[in-house]
Design a protein around this ligand. Structure first.
Ligand code: HEM
Length: 484
């Protein structure tokens, strides 16, 4: 009887020892990289930089904004849990990382996102290593379903319906409107119009359950998972985001189960002609890829263009409608045809430079390798997390909104940007995202050339996948401060 308390004491002792060993290893790893010239920000074992990151998220910025002001180094170092996380912050280092032919070694997927929206679609390619069986085939099959004329037709139709329907003089909540647009366009594009009428059981924040459209439940659950995984302790120890220890975690897991069961049933049916569902199910089916994987790739296709495109639209409208950028609004509204399309696309591209919605997805070194950047040598160890920092690369060109950088007639090279990543792991939905965003922005500015922003006085307005910023726009009357 007396020996019973020894058991918990022994377990606690072993856990503390493991923790101490891991902390010691992290400190040594950090020193290893510091000796090679890597500059570390304020970061501690286990807690990492998460206190500073919380401050940024509270101001509608993402973790990547921590690393904007160190142009003189190749890598900035940080700690995530017990791993070292290196961010490439200049072009030559990024070029090497995204092109494995240079070093002969891959870095490969290992991302905390698996504990976030990965709970919804764990087998999706987003979370898999490049060496996973059929990885390339799956990405190709998805790409075959991403037909540009079709997304253009669907998004143009939906943008015209939405933008032509505003009758109110009250400020429009553009976040809600852009959210409706992306959800409806992606839903129809991936699943077809018929599948969109189906409903699933959905648990709301207040705990009540109701039947709602599939894409609504999917969008809410996807966004909820990302925000939940960005709470402080879930960022410190990623698996905590999956523990059913809070009401929010249990609510999200209820909704995940409903969505997966719904799709298991839908996938027994016949896909509509021309849908992404048809292409992916046919292509994957021929290769004998299990239905569960097909389900997850289709889930990815359904969600990847929701928050990303919504925030691209909001950020572009924000920049173009700001009084100081009036010349761009005027050029767009006074032009037509190809010229108008070109101007809007340049504004979207410049917006993606200044406010990329997300980061590249985390990768890890899977085999030690050497890398040389303009004569400076680094040895990266297996297990080190490493990725380019999109924000740092883009910030080198300054904070001014200058879409002319992306216009043909402008002299000089286009800036080095990567809002969609680069290389084999880059975004397969890049063209779709651009088409959806430009079609909405063009339609909105055409229908409402005098629109003005009603919430310019808000603090910390930034648009990205973790932001709570609003965009309130009035389409009638004139702006109290004028826009020309
Ligand atoms: C403006 C809109 C979008 C932006 C800014 C964006 C950005 C990104 C970024 C930064 C990555 C990570 C790349 C990397 O780790 O190197 C990514 C991956 C991915 N995106 Fe997008 N994306 C957008 C729209 C879309 C759309 C519309 C789809 C599909 C319908 C899509 C599907 C994917 C997929 C499947 C991956 C994972 C690729 C892989 O793991 O190999 N994205 N995206």
């Amino acid at each position: 009887m007396k020996s019973l308390p020894l058991v918990p004491a022994a377990v606690a002792g072993a856990a503390s020892l493991t923790f101490a060993v891991k902390v010691a290893r992290t400190v040594l790893d950090r020193r290893y990289y510091e000796k090679q010239g890597v500059a570390f920000g304020r970061t501690y074992p286990f807690i990492g930089s998460e206190t500073d990151v919380s401050g940024l998220i509270g101001r509608n910025k993402t973790r990547d904004y921590l690393y904007l002001d160190r142009p003189a180094t190749d890598f900035v170092g940080s700690i995530r849990g017990f791993d070292i996380q290196l961010y490439a912050v200049n072009r030559p280092t990024t070029d090497i990382l995204v092109n494995p032919a240079v070093t002969g070694k891959y870095i490969d997927r290992d991302t905390p996102a698996l504990y976030s929206f990965g709970q919804l679609s764990p087998s999706a390619m987003t979370f898999q290593k490049i060496t996973t069986e059929h990885f390339g085939d799956r990405k190709r099959n998805l790409g075959k379903g991403f037909e540009q004329t079709r997304i253009s037709a669907i998004s143009n139709r939906r943008a015209a319906e939405l933008c032509g329907g505003f009758t109110d003089d009250a400020p429009l909540d553009m976040k809600r409107i852009a959210g409706d647009y992306t959800r409806e366009v992606m839903g129809e594009f991936v699943w077809g119009q018929d599948a969109m009428t189906l409903t699933v059981s959905y648990k709301d924040h207040d705990g009540s359950t109701s039947q709602v459209p599939f894409m609504f439940a999917l969008n809410e659950t996807f966004t909820g998972l990302r925000f939940y995984s960005n709470r402080f302790w879930n960022r410190v120890h990623f698996p905590m985001a999956t523990w059913p220890v809070t009401r929010e975690a249990r609510r999200l897991q209820y909704n995940i189960k409903q969505l997966q069961e719904h799709l298991a049933e839908v996938l027994q049916g016949t896909p509509g002609a021309g849908t992404v569902w048809e292409q992916v199910a046919t292509g994957n089916g021929k290769l004998g890829i299990p239905l569960e994987i097909t389900r997850d790739d289709l889930l990815t296709a359904s969600i990847a263009g929701l928050d990303t495109v919504q925030n691209t639209i909001l950020a572009t409208l924000w920049y173009v409608l700001l009084p100081e950028n009036a010349k761009w609004r005027e050029q767009i509204t006074s032009s037509s045809g190809d010229r108008k399309a070109e101007l809007v696309e340049a504004c979207v591209s410049e917006t993606l430079r200044l406010s990329p919605p997300g980061s590249v997805i985390n990768n890890k070194v899977i085999d030690d390798f050497d890398l040389e950047v303009e004569g400076r040598r680094y040895r990266l160890k297996t297990g080190t997390r490493v990725m380019p920092n999109i924000h740092a690369l883009h910030a080198m060109y300054g904070a001014a909104f200058q879409p002319e950088r992306f216009l043909q007639e402008e002299k000089g090279a286009e800036p080095y940007v990567m809002p969609f990543g680069k290389g084999r792991r880059s975004c397969p939905g890049r063209n779709l995202g651009m088409v959806m965003a430009t079609n909405f922005v063009r339609q909105f500015l055409t229908d409402h050339p005098d629109a003005w922003i009603a919430n310019t006085a808000d603090k910390d307005v930034h648009f990205n996948n973790l932001s709570h910023s609003q965009l309130m726009v009035v389409t009638t009357g004139s702006c109290p401060v004028g826009h020309s």
